[in-house]
Design a protein around this ligand. Structure first.
Ligand code: CMX
Length: 473
């Protein structure tokens, strides 16, 4: 029988007790919460920033934990908890009118302020990850360091490719993506260290390592799926001289400067949308059970794969092509579009790419993509159809009287840009969204573990109980 794990447990427990009683003049034994690898500047910064917030949160919780900060209505309980303030999410904040701000910066500001690849106008997503994780705009040097880190962690294990090869090619790309992420879980630092008896104060550090490794591998996973399904498994080797988004574009096999620029912008703007959306909340919920980041992120991808969430990007472009087919023109008139929109609504379906649970104005992510098309694309039928749909749909949705937000969301534009550059495999689109979403939800997961947030467990009620609360009012 192998007792080595017991010996290891004993040794780590002993060491921890030494750490707890170590006098202040032995600083290396007192590093407890700050158990960081000094050569990783991002980890070091994160440790300092998060420890400060954690300390303040803990002491305030003790002193003022009973103060009310929100109330819940009948409509919110029935209506999917819209607007109920019930979760901490540091990396971004969504205003219904202004749209998303990442650590206080809007998308146009980030397009200007985040570091860029030489000769490119679009921000590097690495910079956004840095910003979300530590709340500071990174320098060019810091972003270069992060690109190199992710390059060095990007190789896929053989068994992940074998898991993908075992699935029928027709399996939806999002299912393949989720399965591949699950296969990577074998390498989870968090799961291994939890099994070895890691202390609570080290959770964030193991989460950070998993987040970095997983984000580094996602472009290779996603490109493997793309090339396997649509290009007979003719894979393209990564180019380590490229940045995270540029290399992803390269491995997809779409060459050309502009597509790399689009990928950098795309991966930046889809990264985070505060914590209540389904993929973010799923990461938060599953992670709160101390499932490791691979398990939490794979679950998040299963939420993103729903048509009311990320899958809407595939549904939009399918709907547009179906409309053009049924009208018999690549360039339908506004009247023809309006007629098709009404037919879609009469069939009891939603108009994909329009509406939002929080936003009440055109989504700044839609606007950023429209701007990109205006700057980079001279002539594209599908882009001009998207713009015409934008002129027609809001008024029709407003006229229904029940749609709270008649404006386009992020998914209304992304497909048209992808089609323009030759990525016309619609079922693949949500995978691109998923690669980007990792940046936001995994940096947030680091925060959740660093702040020591507990298992999530809201209260549910029966409809009978709920109706009783309002019966005589
Ligand atoms: N087309 C037709 N009807 C719509 C609509 C749309 N685009 N958006 C909302 N409605 C309808 C709802 O279905 C609902 O109808 P019922 O009362 O008959 O059930 C009514 O308007 C009220 O809904 P709401 O409060 O305005 O919207 P919700 O917060 O409930 O839902 C969303 C938000 C995004 C699910 C919804 O607008 C929708 O289904 N849009 C189309 C799908 C889509 O684009 N999803 C992507 C969102 C962004 C993302 O997560 O990626």
């Amino acid at each position: 029988m192998d007792f080595s794990f017991l010996l290891h447990k004993f040794a780590t427990a002993k060491l921890r007790s030494i750490v707890l009683v170590a006098p202040p003049f032995i600083p290396f034994l007192n590093k407890s919460y700050n158990t960081v690898n000094k050569v990783d500047p991002l980890k070091q910064k994160f440790s300092e920033k998060s420890e400060k917030v954690r300390t303040e949160l803990r002491s305030t919780l003790k002193a003022k934990g009973d103060i009310k900060i929100d109330e819940v209505t009948f409509a919110q309980v029935v209506g999917g908890m819209r607007g109920v303030k019930s979760m901490i999410w540091e990396t971004s904040q969504l205003d219904p009118v202004e749209g998303i701000r990442f650590r206080g910066y809007s998308i146009p500001e980030l397009r200007e302020l985040l570091p860029k690849k030489e000769g490119d106008k679009e921000p590097l997503p690495e910079g956004l990850f840095w910003l979300m994780l530590v709340g500071e705009l990174p320098t060019d040097e810091q972003v270069k360091w992060l690109s190199e880190q992710w390059n060095s962690r990007s190789e896929l294990p053989k068994h992940t490719k074998e898991v993908l090869e075992a699935l029928p090619k027709e399996t939806h790309p999002m299912t393949q993506f989720s399965a591949a992420i699950m296969s990577l879980q074998k390498g989870s630092v968090f799961a291994r260290r939890y099994g070895e008896g890691m202390s609570k104060i080290e959770y964030w550090e193991a989460t950070y390592e998993d987040a970095m490794n997983l984000i580094a591998k996602l472009p290779a996973v996603a490109a493997y799926i793309y090339r396997r399904i649509y290009f007979d498994g003719k894979h393209i080797k990564p180019d380590p001289s490229l940045d995270w988004g540029g290399n992803f574009a390269h491995m997809l096999g779409i060459e050309g400067k502009d597509f790399k620029s689009l990928m950098r912008l795309y991966l930046t703007i889809h990264a985070d949308h505060e914590g209540g959306n389904a993929s973010a909340h799923t990461t938060h919920l599953v992670g709160s059970t101390l499932s490791d980041p691979y398990l939490a992120f794979s679950a998040a991808m299963n939420a993103l794969a729903g048509p009311l969430h990320g899958l809407a990007n595939q549904e939009v472009i399918k709907w547009i092509f179906k409309m053009c087919d049924s009208i018999g023109s690549k360039n339908p008139t506004k009247e023809q579009i309006a007629d098709y929109v009404n037919k879609t609504l009469e069939a009891g379906q939603v108009i994909p790419g329009y509406g939002h649970a929080v936003l009440r104005q055109p989504d700044p992510r839609f606007v950023a993509q429209k701007k990109f098309a205006e700057e980079y694309i001279d002539d594209s039928d599908v882009v001009s159809v998207v713009w015409k749909v934008y002129e027609v749909v809001p008024d029709i949705l407003k006229s229904l009287g029940k749609v709270k937000n008649p404006w386009p969301n992020v998914d209304a534009h992304s497909g048209a840009l992808l089609v323009h550059y030759g990525v016309d495999q619609f079922s693949y689109y949500t995978v691109l969204f998923g690669v980007s979403r990792a940046l936001g939800v995994l940096s947030s997961l680091c925060w959740s573990r660093a702040l020591g947030l507990p298992l999530e467990r809201p209260k549910s009620v029966t409809s009978e109980w709920l109706l009783d609360q309002v019966r005589d009012k």
